[in-house]
Design a protein around this ligand. Structure first.
Ligand SMILES: [Zn+2]
Length: 293
């Protein structure tokens, strides 16, 4: 190779190197620059990622299959919090947050803590043995509209340059929630039997929105006593209830026992561990429609 050719080759190589670096740099800057957002339960992941789009990276403290009333944070999760800029708490008195939130904030006091429940009317739990606030606010699609607004406010406070981006995303997700709410309302209209039985009573807000009555099997977060089981079985027979709902996070032998007694079946619906909120709620609504017809 002549001297001149070698020079040309070097220039070409340098050019290729430059192009490669130039195309890598924005990508790495972008992923490093994402706003780390931590949430408590998996359904919140879709709320945050729908508003934040590619500007955020979201993770849930309570992982798939875990129970948000008893889950314990791992040391790796604690350490991971140091890169978060926002914590979107559910804000209803859910045990995970009552136990852990102060410790999580102490780990990263600079995080913006957003209360998703701000502006939501909390309702009483249907567990007669454990009265108190029902923490599962996100089972109401109408509540989620408020949660999403609170999340959007938090993101615009952290990243005001992108306010219109977040607000457009918020409005488009709100339209999907409105459509979902209208569809569920229509599908449950005219159903005569409006009482349902569920092992873990996580559907109080859903029931409240659509004029349904929830009967929980669990007592104080545990398997029920025999007398209470007998009462539920009577009520189920009286109201001709044929479906017992359960959720994947709980071991619910009593649900099987009740279903056997009433000649009904057990159907699983997920209140706490579904990451795809809109899709999951459509499945849930379908399950309710089939169970209550
Ligand atoms: Zn729960």
């Amino acid at each position: 190779m002549s001297y001149k050719h070698r020079i040309t080759a070097s220039i070409i190589l340098a050019f290729i190197f430059f192009i490669t670096m130039a195309s890598c740099a924005p990508a790495s800057r972008q992923s490093a620059g994402k706003i780390g957002v931590v949430v408590t339960v998996l359904p919140q992941v879709e709320f945050v990622s729908s508003i934040g789009g590619d500007r955020v990276s979201v993770s849930a403290m309570v992982p798939p299959g875990a129970n948000p009333h008893t889950y314990e944070v791992t040391p790796a999760q604690m350490a991971g919090l140091s890169s978060a800029r926002m914590y979107a708490k559910v804000g209803s008195p859910i045990e995970f947050e009552l136990t852990w939130l102060d410790k999580l904030i102490a780990q990263n006091p600079g995080m913006l803590v957003v209360d998703c429940s701000k502006g939501i009317d909390l309702i009483q739990s249907t567990d007669p043995d454990e009265p108190g606030i029902d923490p599962h606010i996100w089972t109401s699609v109408r509540n989620v509209k408020v949660m999403v607004r609170n999340i959007c406010d938090g993101l615009t406070r952290l990243d005001p340059v992108f306010t219109s981006y977040y607000e457009d995303n918020r409005d488009s997700y709100l339209r999907k929630l409105d459509a979902l709410d209208a569809d569920i309302t229509a599908s449950l209209e005219g159903i005569a039997s409006r009482t349902f039985i569920v092992y873990h009573p996580a559907w109080g807000y859903f029931a409240h929105d659509y004029g349904l009555t929830q009967l929980g099997i669990e007592q104080e977060g545990k398997e029920p006593k025999a007398a209470y089981m007998a009462r539920l079985i009577d009520e189920a027979k009286q109201k001709n209830i044929k479906v017992i709902f359960v959720s994947p996070q709980y071991d619910e032998r009593s649900a099987d026992a009740i279903a056997a007694e009433i000649g009904g079946k057990v159907v699983s619906i997920d209140a706490e561990g579904a990451r795809d909120y809109l899709d999951n709620m459509r499945k849930v609504a379908q399950a309710f429609k089939e169970a209550l017809k």
